[in-house]
Ligand binder design. Structure first.
Ligand code: SDX
Length: 393
């Protein structure tokens, strides 16, 4: 068994796809978006540069960036009727439940008259999704804390606007800290795309039936929610809180190695990376920058995470199994420091991954060879048999 749809039976083809968007070398620990190493993009670009790159294949020049900003900013508002949708949820509903519901509901407001075979229509839908995700996620947070929704501010950059909608209230002035906003922008870049992971494969499969882009992204959100995938950052922070102290790290390392214990070290291991996840290094650096900006460089959880990483990386089990920290290991700590509640971590992941999902969807639609996905199976059920009368069953 080599993957979700591939069995080594000699007759099932590999259910993979060709893509020119993202390249991962799991052995070398390399990640490129359209050929650019993630380290260089994180250092020299912002998230909307990255969105433009993933969608169009090239980084924007100044004029293209200006035009792109305009095309995004005109879609940041959410239909007022959709704001009422939030009222249908319990206040303590998981924000991913709200996000999946509201994003799917966008189909009812923005897809009428759209033809997904028309690239211009697809471009509008793609821009709408990138523009509205911060609004939708921030509204889910405001709803959960019983505060009024804050309208988007098009005079702010993408990450600052998101922080404003999350943390501002009508009662007092709120100015996003530019250092923290830049860190959040980098977190978006690190999560933007990642080749054919589970949620992207879900988006491709859902999109291959011709479903509308909003429904397709809602499917990706549903898949990302799982703790083995996008839910790992939330699970990792809960794990660090449970470990509590460096003295208890060996106990949890022992549990992670125990075949009879279902416990896994959250934020460690990866289906593809058998070396360091390059995003984990950048996330650790971002985490340190944020904690330093906030005067929290001695943060208990950050110290615990670094000690856990050090011990695990010296442990023969983790070395033999090639288990390294992944993108989720530090992302919870930095998001918590930014004031983002644990329950929102996967929403942040989904907000950022929307560009990767929708770009991969767009690439598939434009591939003239694509057909509806129809993975086969290896049948291991009963042989053919006849129904017996009920008295003989
Ligand atoms: C994401 O696909 C993507 O690209 C996803 C993602 C993206 O950007 O879209 O990168 C985001 O999902 C990152 C992963 C987040 N999940 C977690 O951090 C949860 C904890 N990690 C594990 O659940 C696990 O590592 C997986 C699910 C991520 C991968 O599991 P696999 O496929 O079993 O990994 P593997 O084949 O490399 O495992 C080798 C061995 C296995 O033991 P054996 O069968 O050989 O005895 O290592 C074990 C695994 O059981 N193992 C772990 C472990 N991860 C794997 N043991 C302890 N702790 C772990 N975290």
């Amino acid at each position: 068994k080599t993957g979700m749809f591939t069995y080594d039976t000699g007759y099932l083809s590999t259910a993979s796809c060709k893509s020119s968007i993202t390249y991962i070398d799991g052995d070398k620990g390399e990640l490129w978006y359209r050929g650019y190493p993630i380290e260089q993009l994180a250092e020299n670009c912002d998230f909307l540069d990255t969105c433009y790159l993933l969608k169009n294949g090239e980084l924007p020049n100044a004029a293209q960036k200006e035009e792109y900003l305009t095309s995004i900013k005109k879609h940041t508002l959410l239909h007022e009727q959709l704001a009422k949708f939030y009222q249908g949820f319990r206040r303590d509903a998981h924000p991913m439940a709200i996000m999946a519901g509201v994003v799917g509901a966008l189909s009812a407001f923005y897809h009428d008259g759209m033809d997904i075979s028309d690239q211009a229509h697809r471009d509008v839908s793609i821009n709408r999704l990138i523009a509205k995700m911060p609004t939708i996620v921030a509204m889910a947070y405001k709803y959960s804390v019983g505060q009024p929704f804050m309208y988007p501010r098009n005079d702010l950059d993408y990450a600052s606007n998101f922080m404003y909608m999350m943390f501002a209230t009508p009662c007092e002035e709120y100015k996003p800290n530019p250092v923290l906003a830049k860190a959040l922008d980098r977190i978006f870049i690190l999560h933007a795309d990642h080749e054919q992971n589970a949620s992207t494969s879900t988006v491709r499969l859902a999109g291959s039936s011709g479903a509308n882009p909003y429904a397709v992204i809602a499917a990706g959100i549903a898949c990302l929610w799982g703790p083995a995938h996008g839910g790992a950052n939330e699970a990792c922070l809960q794990m660090l809180e449970e470990i509590g102290d460096v003295s208890r790290v060996p106990e949890y390392i022992k549990r992670a190695k125990d075949k009879n214990d279902s416990f896994k070290l959250m934020g460690f291991g990866h289906r593809v990376y058998k070396n360091f996840d390059p995003r984990a290094k950048l996330m650790r650096q971002t985490c340190y920058e944020v904690l330093t900006e906030l005067g929290l460089e001695n943060d208990r959880l950050f110290k615990l995470a670094m000690e856990l990483e050090r011990i695990a990386l010296e442990d023969e089990y983790f070395i033999e199994k090639k288990l390294y920290p992944n993108v989720d290991f530090y992302s919870g700590i930095v998001q918590k420091a930014l004031g983002i509640p644990t329950s929102m971590f996967t929403c942040i992941f989904a907000l950022a991954r929307t560009i990767g999902w929708i770009t991969q969807w767009n690439e598939m639609i434009t591939d003239s060879e694509y057909k509806i996905g129809r993975p086969r199976q290896l049948y291991v059920g009963p042989a053919r048999r006849d129904v017996k009368p009920v008295e003989q069953r």
